[in-house]
Design a binder for this molecule. Structure first.
Ligand code: AMP
Length: 210
């Protein structure tokens, strides 16, 4: 199954992508994680992306389209994939169509803006593997340590409240129109993000069966 997870930053796409990829045995692909990895390695693409990420802005379309094209060509995507954080603009969605990629479903996780701001201030991510945790809603077994790989949990710079507001603005202006794009294509299902991560997962898995 070729699946897209849509939603505002902090709506829980990354967490859900990690859980669902285990259920479906297909890779979860996060453009944000790929870019952050490039950044930590100091590659040219990473350095190019840094100023955009730090300001809560989107990285230019041609950069992320190149990243996704390369990633989807890998063998592990043959039986399907979950896209988390791509596409984020209409030109990115069009580029995906032009690559001849057929999308089976698009799940939009809806969470009101007020909740996003509170949620993101409590979000912690693994500095090694990128797994996502929350101080209240998804506590790691050991404080400050990643359950998946034992890495240190940190707060992303772009999860600070001021940047979150900028990212929400960018989301409403540039990413939200994708709902209409995929609704027109008959692919969109809206899922209300729940307080409990497992409850949202259950709603998504049910939507995937329909
Ligand atoms: P994320 O981890 O998905 O919230 O992404 C973190 C940041 O990476 C975003 O705020 C953007 O600056 C950049 N980014 C990730 N995916 C995309 C995309 N599809 N298009 C443009 N920028 C992106």
């Amino acid at each position: 199954m070729n699946l897209i997870l849509l939603g505002a930053p902090g709506a829980g796409k990354g967490t859900q992508a990690e859980v669902i990829c285990n259920h479906l045995s297909i890779p979860a692909i996060s453009t944000g994680n790929i870019i952050r990895e490039a950044l930590s390695k100091g590659t040219e693409m990473g350095l190019k992306a840094k100023s955009f990420i730090d300001a809560g802005q989107l990285v230019p379309d041609d950069v992320v389209i190149g990243i996704i094209k390369e990633r989807l060509a890998k063998d592990d995507c043959k039986n399907g994939f979950i896209l988390d954080g791509f596409p984020r603009t209409i030109p990115q969605a069009e580029a995906l169509d032009n690559m001849g990629i057929v999308i089976d479903k698009v799940i939009d996780i809806e969470v009101p803006d007020e909740k996003i701001v509170t949620r993101m201030s409590g979000r912690r991510v693994c500095s090694k593997c990128g797994a996502s945790f929350h101080l209240e809603h998804r506590k790691p077994a050991k404080e400050g340590i990643c359950d998946v790989c034992g890495g240190e949990l940190i707060q992303r710079k772009d999860d600070h409240p001021d940047t979150v507001l900028d990212r929400l603005k960018v989301y409403h202006e540039q990413t939200e129109p994708l709902k209409g794009y995929y609704e027109k294509a008959g692919l969109l299902t809206i899922v209300e993000g729940q307080e409990d991560v497992a409850d949202t997962t259950a709603l998504i898995l049910k939507a995937l069966e329909d």
